[in-house]
Design a protein around this ligand. Structure first.
Ligand code: ADE
Ligand code: ZN
Length: 331
């Protein structure tokens, strides 16, 4: 099936998408214009986001987020992001939501932003057939104190829409155990847990996230491949990796899709899934991820459907939602 023509229409399940990271650059430019903010430095001449490396990417990301100032901005953002995802065939999107960018972790403000995001999600479900669930995410380089406030926001709003808690940001800052209080609070509130690890940190960072925080999923986790004993352990535990191959290639962790470890991790029995991370920043979409994986590894529709079912199994939503999405995968 080289060429992958029918892949765009395959139903897809995405577990790792940052809501603000899905903001099309034109959308952010429009908000900047409305609010008279000058953030022109974060764009290249062709209008895309411009950054030198991962750490600069985080700065550009945060600069883009300064334009997102009200619940209404987030309602529009959510619709814009889900429109792109639905156009790629995504039927279920588990999306990272950051109270840091939604009113600065104030619980009252967070509830208002969340209401607006939910309103957009309900509209998208009706009009585009895509289901969104949220995973509240703290940001590692903002430090453990802010993460605690984020965890309180998560615990206050845990339920059928906010289903999980996670951590993103600069993996080189601090250690997973610094965030234990936040993860314990989220778990006590009934939230399921995931953590970014094994993207910029090596295998030890994956071990630390699993052992110290007790997460059942790892964001990225691909650098576990550098320690095959760890790969076996992850496979045996059934820890799920939210793999974002295009993100890893664009940020330079691997030179191209062919040399990305997703296929080897899959062969070794690790539960891998496919996601985009921050699609416009990395010039990708779910459809493009599938096309590139088809080209690199000759993965066919059967393989992609198997991975979509694996992702749905690992999703944090309730059983009724899973049953509804499962029907779409079988259709
Ligand atoms: N926040 C948004 N994208 C991220 C990534 N790829 N790694 C860590 N934090 C992020
Ligand atoms: Zn991420």
């Amino acid at each position: 099936m080289k060429g992958g023509g029918g892949l765009k229409n395959l139903p897809k399940v995405e577990l790792h998408l940052h809501l603000e990271g899905g903001a099309p650059p034109a959308f952010i430019r429009g908000l900047a214009r409305e609010k008279k903010l000058d953030i022109s430095g974060i764009f290249s001449e062709d209008g895309s986001y411009a950054y030198r490396d991962f750490w600069h990417f985080l700065k550009v990301y945060e600069a883009a987020c300064t334009t997102l100032q009200t619940p209404e901005d987030f309602r529009r953002l959510t619709l814009a992001v889900l429109e792109e995802s639905a156009a790629s065939g995504v039927v279920y999107s588990e999306t990272f939501l950051s109270p840091d960018f939604c009113g600065g972790r104030d619980i009252g403000a967070w509830k208002e932003y969340l209401l607006a995001i939910r309103e957009a999600a309900d509209e998208a479900e009706r009009t585009m057939g895509i289901t969104l669930r949220g995973v509240v995410t703290c940001i590692r380089h903002f430090g453990p104190e802010k993460a605690r406030e984020t965890a309180l926001c998560a615990a206050e709003t845990a339920g059928d829409f906010i289903t999980g808690f996670g951590i993103a940001g600069d993996e080189k800052v601090g250690a997973p155990k610094d965030y234990l209080w936040s993860f314990d609070s989220a778990r006590e509130a009934g939230l399921r847990l995931t953590a970014h690890a094994g993207e910029w940190g090596g295998p030890q960072s994956v071990r630390d996230a699993i052992r110290d925080l007790g997460v059942e999923r790892i964001g990225h986790g691909v650098r576990a491949i550098e320690d095959l004993a760890l790969v076996d352990e992850i496979a045996e535990r059934g820890t799920v990796l939210e793999v974002c191959p295009g993100s890893n290639v664009t940020l330079g962790i691997y030179p191209d899709f062919r040399r990305h470890p997703i296929a080897e991790l899959d062969r070794r029995g690790v539960k891998v899934t496919v996601s985009t991370d921050d699609p416009p920043f990395f010039h990708t979409t779910m459809a493009r991820e599938y096309e590139e994986l088809n080209r690199a590894f000759d993965w066919d529709e059967g393989q992609f459907l198997r991975l979509a079912r694996q992702a749905l199994d690992a999703a944090f939503c309730d059983a009724d939602t899973k049953a509804k999405i499962a029907k779409k995968l079988e259709a």
